[in-house]
Design a protein around this ligand. Structure first.
Ligand code: RP5
Length: 162
């Protein structure tokens, strides 16, 4: 069976951020395919990916990019699959440029937009799992266990030695 989640990113330099989505999907037992697809440097690859993503068997696309971050929006323009956009933290503007490039889509072409950087990538992975869990009871149980374990790790009081 093909992976249900595609993790795409504009550059190799985005991988340390997007790896956070991969890590949480690994923890939840969700298969993914991670690919570099640049809206600007590999436009033909972008078009081919967007047009074939649904036929390849993907159910959710996580797309991360930084700076002039057109990747998530362009993928959303090419596929009906849900697209979760991760604004990668840029050097020049700390990711505000990435966020604004992704979030302000015109009506009719939705792109879900997560927080800037690694927190956003982690949450994109969790959100992708939540979407898939709607039709997968086993995954739903694993996701609820993951959330419960996170809650259990929060101490009631701060420690000087943490
Ligand atoms: C974007 O440009 C990428 O998503 C990346 O965040 C940013 C910089 O890319 P590199 O110059 O590091 O390859 O397209």
């Amino acid at each position: 069976m093909s992976a249900p989640v595609a993790i795409v990113m504009g550059s190799q330099s985005d991988w340390p951020t997007m790896q956070k989505a991969a890590e949480v999907l690994d923890a939840l037992g969700v298969a993914y395919d991670a690919r570099i697809v640049s809206a600007h440097r590999t436009p033909d690859r972008l078009h081919a990916f967007g047009k074939s993503a649904a036929n390849e068997g993907f159910k959710v696309v996580i797309a991360g990019a930084g700076g002039a971050a057109h990747l998530p929006g362009m993928i959303a323009a090419l596929t009906h699959l849900p697209v979760l956009g991760v604004p990668v933290q840029s050097k020049a503007m700390s990711g505000l440029d990435s966020l604004l490039s992704i979030v302000q889509m015109p009506a009719g072409v939705p792109t879900g937009t997560l927080a800037i950087g690694r927190a956003g990538a982690t949450n994109a992975g969790l959100l992708a799992a939540s979407i898939l869990a709607l039709a997968d009871e086993g995954l739903s149980a694993r996701l609820q266990d993951w959330r419960a374990a996170q809650t259990d790790r929060v101490a009631e009081r701060p420690s000087d030695n943490a």
